[in-house]
Design a protein. Structure first.
Length: 213
């Protein structure tokens, strides 16, 4: 069986944000890394200037989910992301090369872009729609109140409204209203759709690939 591809995820604060990335993420970064420990093959590393970070995944499927978790950890500071594919072996597949490619992709993004998917197996139309979807998702998340943020994060962890109510010491009805106000069902459908799209089989390709202009 041929070795699988690897995927680099770069993340950083949106343009004009002055808060350092580590400060924006706080303890949430460690929580995200623990939550996705089974999918992250090379842990998150922040650059010396604390402007962006990179990590490596063994599968594209959880790429958007990891980004969502990072954005919730950094709330209300907006983040943006780049997910790139790399070969499993050779110089281009080494950790430092994968991180570098992801970082370069993030830095070269249009200032208005939220999520760059540098995945040659996807069509240009798909990539444009994926960025638009990610932008809408981020807009909804950044529109939360702090109580809605806590409700969503607790629900992701506990999976039941009753457990969230106990965790936050509020009524279950209040939890339901918070999740409704956070558009949580719509966000979940978006996340499920992105997960399935990213999980679609990658085409067999020759390496190295030419990056889209």
């Amino acid at each position: 069986m041929a070795p699988s591809q690897r995927f680099g995820l770069a993340f950083g604060t949106a343009p004009r944000q002055r808060k350092p990335l580590a400060e924006a993420l706080g303890e949430g970064l460690a929580e995200v890394l623990q939550r996705f420990a089974g999918q992250i093959t090379a842990t998150a590393v922040l650059d010396n200037a604390n402007s962006f970070g990179t990590l490596i995944l063994d599968d594209s499927e959880p790429g958007f989910d990891v980004a969502v978790a990072l954005q919730e950890a950094a709330w209300p500071v907006p983040l943006r992301f780049a997910l790139i594919v790399a070969p499993p072996a050779g110089a281009a597949g080494r950790d430092e090369a994968v991180r570098s490619k992801a970082a370069v992709t993030l830095k070269s993004m249009d200032r208005q872009a939220v999520f760059c998917f540098d995945l040659p197996s996807k069509s240009e139309e798909e990539l444009v729609m994926a960025d638009a979807t990610a932008a809408l998702h981020r807009t909804l998340v950044l529109g939360w109140t702090e109580t809605r943020l806590h409700a969503v994060r607790s629900y992701r962890k506990n999976g039941r409204q009753a457990m969230v109510a106990t965790d936050l010491n509020i009524s279950q009805q209040a939890v339901s209203q918070m999740l409704l106000g956070a558009s949580f069902r719509r966000l979940k459908r978006t996340e499920e759709g992105m997960r399935k799209w990213l999980a679609r089989p990658q085409r067999t390709m020759l390496w190295p690939m030419k990056r889209r202009s």
